[in-house]
Design a protein around this ligand. Sequence first.
Ligand SMILES: Cc1ncc(C[n+]2csc(CCOP(=O)(O)OP(=O)(O)O)c2C)c(N)n1
Ligand SMILES: [Mg+2]
Length: 540
Amino acid sequence: MTERIEGHGGELALAALRAHGVREMFTLSGGHVFPLYDAAYKTDFPIYDVRHEQSAVFAAEAVAKLQRRPGLAVLTAGPGVTNGISGMTSAFFNASPVLVLGGRAPAFRWGSGSLQEMDHLPLVAPVTKHAETVFSTDDIPRAVGAALHAALTPHRGPAFLDFPLETVFSVADVELPSVTGVDPIAPDPEEVGRAALLIAGAQRPVIIAGSDVYAGDAVAALREAAEALQVPVFTNGMGRGSLPPEHPLAFAKARRAALSGADVVVVVGTPLDFRLSFGDFGDAKVVHIVDAPSQRATHVQPAVAPAGDLRLILSALADHSGDRADHTDWIADLRVAEDAAKARDAAEMAAETDPIRPARIYGELRRVLAPDAITIGDGGDFVSYAGRYLEPAQPGTWLDPGPYGCLGTGMGYAMGARVSHPDRQICVLMGDGAAGFSLMDVESLVRQKLPVVIVVGNNGIWGLEKHPMRAMYGYDVAADLQPELRYDTVVSALGGAGETVAKAADLGPALQRAFDSGVPYLVNVLTDPTDAYPRSSNLA
Ligand SMILES: Cc1ncc(C[n+]2csc(CCOP(=O)(O)OP(=O)(O)O)c2C)c(N)n1
Ligand SMILES: [Mg+2]
């Protein structure tokens, strides 16, 4: 059954968006996109608006990451779109299915110098999977469907459409095309078989599971494969929490021991990038399991790289019926290293120092965070510590900026997380430097009744840059911020609340007040500026 619909371009777009499971838009106003607002307003489709377009795209990305469905940002022509480009690029690096709809100056007088007249496509094409200008109103539903299909097809990613003014303001009568689902990519069984043989025959195998495992809904299959083949599992990105921390095969701290001792390293659903020594694990053989052939590494040659639906591949590994080596001793050795590192971390997280060190903040946070809390990292060293000391208990609860490493995700991700999970704790872990990029969007959160807790690690510096610059040059420039700045009173001025904490003993009660407050609340923790995250290796 196809549906006929008559309406202006905004109404046609919205009908197609709804049909594809889009449930809200994030935006910042501009006349070029009014018809999209008109369509939403008349049909009670939720609109969340922000104070900078980057927050709109980051919010859409958080929805996409957390809910594994398309997120939508609507940006006005010209500067609206260009302000969204870092968000689109982050979504591209993170394989997040985000659709950005842009306004565009009228086509009929293109070249005459209309307001905000620019061709967005050459800018966004390199960071999107599909970028198209829709020149006729009756073509809008098809274009929306094609863009979302591209965004949702593994390897997922953002898509972009823009509508010339007359396209989106004009009326047409069209048949809504039916929604075509995304077919799973079938892996090559021979490659999967070779991977299974390598892992089963390995003496000391390790799995590292990343974001695509969660995005591909393959968490259960990952666990089955790990249990069937008895392989220790480490995680990164949205893969964190795939195995509950108490699972006998769940590891986080013993990475260095695991990767230096392993004879087979299985990397699933994450690229062989700087976070993983570019896929160079010494003598260990590498199995790289990717969700699409495009994700096979070109800079290294893994022993085998099965490509396709991660559920299918991991389930096939779980079903491997041949002989397998015994990994009991290997797992026990890693557990010793893991427990020793955990004991060291526990001591750091309890340390009563003055000034406060970031570790203590995470020690206190662990007491108040519920297992399903969403934690969001936006900053430098302060977020590296979060990665080290917080252990997500469930998958889909940890949002970091991903390998593009863009500061400024904070309030946008927080908005998307709050909209996705109205009943959960949402906690943003923010460097004081990072706060500068998005803190004004606390106003958007206050006004739209979207409470979140923001914990600022306030060391008065761009720590992740200042310490390395000093180490390299013996001096530093452009790395200082105002010490002890009252980011909490900024949030109060914007209609939220907050407080500054300078003593470790005051942290716990302050965090409790923050989560109890029901408003955007910033806990401004004055931290030790001499404390630098140890960066001898990003595998530590
Ligand atoms: C948009 C953007 N600009 C600059 C950087 C470079 N950068 C990475 S970490 C960092 C310092 C962050 O400082 P802060 O948020 O205060 O955290 P800290 O390291 O002090 O804990 C900078 C400037 C970046 N990653 N993204
Ligand atoms: Mg800082």
